[in-house]
Design a protein around this ligand. Structure first.
Ligand SMILES: [Zn+2]
Length: 399
């Protein structure tokens, strides 16, 4: 068994120890020491990083079976006695998040009567799963207020290892199943007692700030997402930047951003409606225009029209309106980034549109699509209007 020095001092950044065993984990060298300040992944808190005799510690875990702590390294070490350094910024970040979780869990209990089911400390944010089916903005705020009050009161956080008998008599928030003869308690003065093996700050003030940044319902629980300390500052910085950028775009104060965005959405919807009406009118005019031109065309001769400003969908609408109005064969194209083709005729006209559009692709040198004898559509990469016009007129004369 490895002695867990971090139980007594979470602030120690360097230490020396004897190597008890050289092992392997996932094909990487690992060491078992006689004692360690490295925290192994457990109880919702991830492992510490750092170095041992110049090798990087890339993972720290509890070996199932004997409970030894494996320090997984990027390269092996031959020494029997080692010097180790712990990555302090990562350790302190975990201390802030984990201590903040204890405070939050008790605050959820006192403000909303919600017990903590589980806790996870993530790389960016942490979560608490609560024995709670719903939470509103006001509920979350009351929890947050109480939690930060405890931070500002800078209460002491102490560890105490107690016997099984002592533990029975101490009221605590979180009573785990008893495995050994003793239990490690983490106590926030006059606020919270829970059994925990993690690393915590010495006073609540070091947590800095506790912010609930969101929550969601998961089955019959609420999962609350939160950040503490330096993560809360980073969260504020990033969100403040977003708000400042948006304020500059909308040329308004942040307090008016919501109404500005809503106004913008309403205006966009109205403009879309107007545009749809205008496009419809335009299509009607175009159809009328083509039919007018077709008056002079000999009966059943195909008409050709190349557009530059209509969508493929509009091209289909125009074709359908034309063949509904008149016994006609229409060969339509729209030239833009690519060229769309729609060939259509009504039942009383003649010609195989599917065969004709394949001929069009041959004349244009590329393209794909097809359809039925009465309606076919496709597209090709040609972008020259004159080339498309020439191809359609060649087909027109073939019919
Ligand atoms: Zn803890």
């Amino acid at each position: 068994m490895t002695l867990r020095y971090y139980y007594d001092d979470a602030y120690r950044m360097s230490f020396q120890a004897d190597v008890l065993e050289r092992a392997e984990h996932d094909d990487q060298p690992a060491l078992v020491l006689d004692g360690t300040y490295f925290y192994p992944t457990s109880g919702g808190q991830p492992f510490d990083l750092g170095s041992i005799n110049g090798s990087n510690v890339v993972n720290v875990l509890v070996r199932p079976g004997d409970g030894a702590i494996l320090h997984v390294l990027n390269k092996p070490i031959a020494a029997k006695r080692i010097s180790a350094e712990i990555d302090w910024s990562r350790r302190f970040d975990h201390m802030q998040q984990h201590s903040g979780q204890h405070i939050l869990s008790q605050a959820f209990l006192r403000a909303l009567g919600a017990g903590t089911v589980s806790f996870h400390l993530g790389a960016d944010t942490s979560t608490i799963d609560l024995d709670l089916t719903q939470m509103d903005e006001e509920g979350a705020s009351s929890v947050e207020r109480l939690a930060n009050q405890i931070v500002w009161e800078n209460r002491a956080i102490e560890n105490r290892t107690v016997t099984r008998q002592e533990a029975m008599e101490i009221p605590m928030r979180k009573k785990p199943p008893f495995e050994g003869d003793s239990l490690r308690l983490v106590m926030i003065a006059d606020f919270d007692v829970s059994a925990c093996g993690g690393t915590h700050v010495a006073r609540t003030g070091e947590v800095g700030l506790i912010k609930i940044i969101g929550w969601e319902r998961r089955r019959n629980q609420i999962r609350a997402e939160f950040v503490c300390g330096s993560r809360a500052l980073l969260d504020y910085r990033v969100k403040n930047q977003v708000v400042r950028n948006l304020s500059a775009v909308f040329t308004t104060g942040y307090w008016e951003l919501e109404s500005s965005v809503e106004r913008q959405i309403d205006e966009t919807s109205e403009l879309r409606r107007q545009l749809r009406r205008c496009r419809k009118t335009l299509i009607d005019y175009q159809v009328a225009d083509i039919l007018n031109e077709a008056e002079g065309i000999e009966h059943d001769r195909p008409i050709v029209k190349v557009f530059t400003d209509v969508t493929t969908k509009e091209l289909r609408i125009i074709a359908n309106q034309l063949i509904a109005e008149k016994q006609i064969v229409s060969l339509l194209a729209s030239v833009g980034d690519k060229t769309s083709l729609v060939f259509a005729r009504n039942e009383d006209s003649w010609g195989d549109m599917n065969a004709l559009i394949k001929d069009a692709f041959i004349l244009l040198g590329s393209g794909s699509g097809g359809g039925s004898p009465t309606f076919a559509q496709g597209s090709c990469d040609v972008k020259e209007i004159s080339k498309v016009n020439d191809a359609l007129n060649t087909l027109r004369l073939q019919l």
